[in-house]
Design a protein around this ligand. Structure first.
Ligand SMILES: *[C@@H]1O[C@H](CO)[C@@H](O)[C@H](O)[C@H]1NC(C)=O
Ligand SMILES: *[C@@H]1O[C@H](CO)[C@@H](O)[C@H](O)[C@H]1NC(C)=O
Length: 287
């Protein structure tokens, strides 16, 4: 009896191992749908790599099959190399409807050798206007780098290669809405935005450089998924119900890294834009 239970247990653990490994193999077929672009978005290498491309006819995009309500979501991106001026690659979580929540990364291309701009925003209940922009301490087109969102009931942290670049804390106690009940899907797309993207629209897309290609690999979601009818599904941590991400906050080292990025690489912060908010900054800016 005991040995039979042991065999069952072994089988169970073998099964668990396989499912958590499956997060890495074939994961793009399993987790995403290419939603537009007529063949410009592709899942290749047995599902290990996804590419989106943009040419003078169209961009392309994909979205997750799952909806998430809290999670730690990592994706490795390699951005459009060379002259990417005028192109925008967006990578974001969003719920639906007019009072939607959204957590955004947008990568604004540039001339060869000039820095990409990482644009971030947080929408709560349909309202955004919380832009922060950064340059990076490396060339994001030379290789893959990990862009992550930690989203739990206490905080939202944007990270690049595990270095936090932005935090949006839950300040519900001060009356600042926080995304905590609307499940979000993960989206990404590439499109032409040369009216505004590069140096405020001064530099246009050079179509002779097309197609512009962004690549994605090693998607990893330690997240709570929500089924289509809206009921909470399991939290896929690979181990137990919730991973440590559910209660994670920035530790001291994280705080220090965040300060380092904000001091050296932040190029725009809505919380210091007095022209835009002459009557005082949004509440979260003073917290
Ligand atoms: C798109 O680019 C191709 C190749 O450079 C060119 O032949 C074609 O005319 C362009 N089409 C449009 C709609 O601009
Ligand atoms: C492009 O490069 C210029 C010059 O270095 C820089 O000011 C700008 O922030 C960069 N990014 C974009 C998207 O314009």
């Amino acid at each position: 009896m005991a040995s039979r239970n042991y065999a069952l247990l072994l089988m169970f653990f073998t099964f668990l191992t396989i499912t958590s490994m499956a997060v890495y193999a074939n994961n793009y077929f399993q987790h995403f749908d290419i939603t537009w672009g007529e063949g410009r978005g592709k899942i290749v290498n047995n599902g290990e790599l996804l590419t989106l491309s943009l040419d003078n006819y169209s961009g392309s995009g994909f979205q997750s099959k799952n909806q998430y309500l809290f999670g730690k979501i990592d994706m490795q991106l390699k951005l459009v190399p060379g002259n990417s001026a005028g192109t925008v690659t967006a990578y974001y979580l969003s719920s639906e409807g007019s009072s939607h929540d959204e957590i955004d990364f947008e990568f604004l291309g540039n001339l060869t050798g000039e820095p990409y701009t990482i644009h971030t925003n947080v929408y709560t209940q349909g309202k955004g206007e919380r832009e922060q922009q950064f340059h990076l301490w490396f060339d994001p087109t030379a290789d893959f780098h990990t862009f992550s969102v930690l989203w739990n009931p206490q905080t939202i942290v944007f990270s690049v290669d595990n270095t936090p670049i932005r935090e949006f804390k839950n300040l519900g106690n001060l009356g600042v809405p926080f995304p905590k009940s609307q499940p979000m899907k993960l989206y990404s797309s590439i499109w032409n935005a040369d009216q505004w993207a590069t140096r405020g629209g001064l530099i246009k897309t050079d179509w002779s450089q097309a197609p512009f290609v962004a690549s994605y690999r090693n998607f990893n979601a330690n997240a709570c998924t929500v089924s289509v009818n809206g009921s909470p599904g399991p939290c896929h941590t690979g181990k137990s119900d919730f991973g440590p991400w559910m209660s994670q906050n920035l530790d001291r080292n994280g705080e220090e890294r965040l300060k380092w990025v904000q001091k050296n690489y932040m190029i725009y912060n809505y919380c210091t834009d007095t022209k835009r908010f002459p009557d005082g900054f949004p509440k979260e800016c003073n917290a």
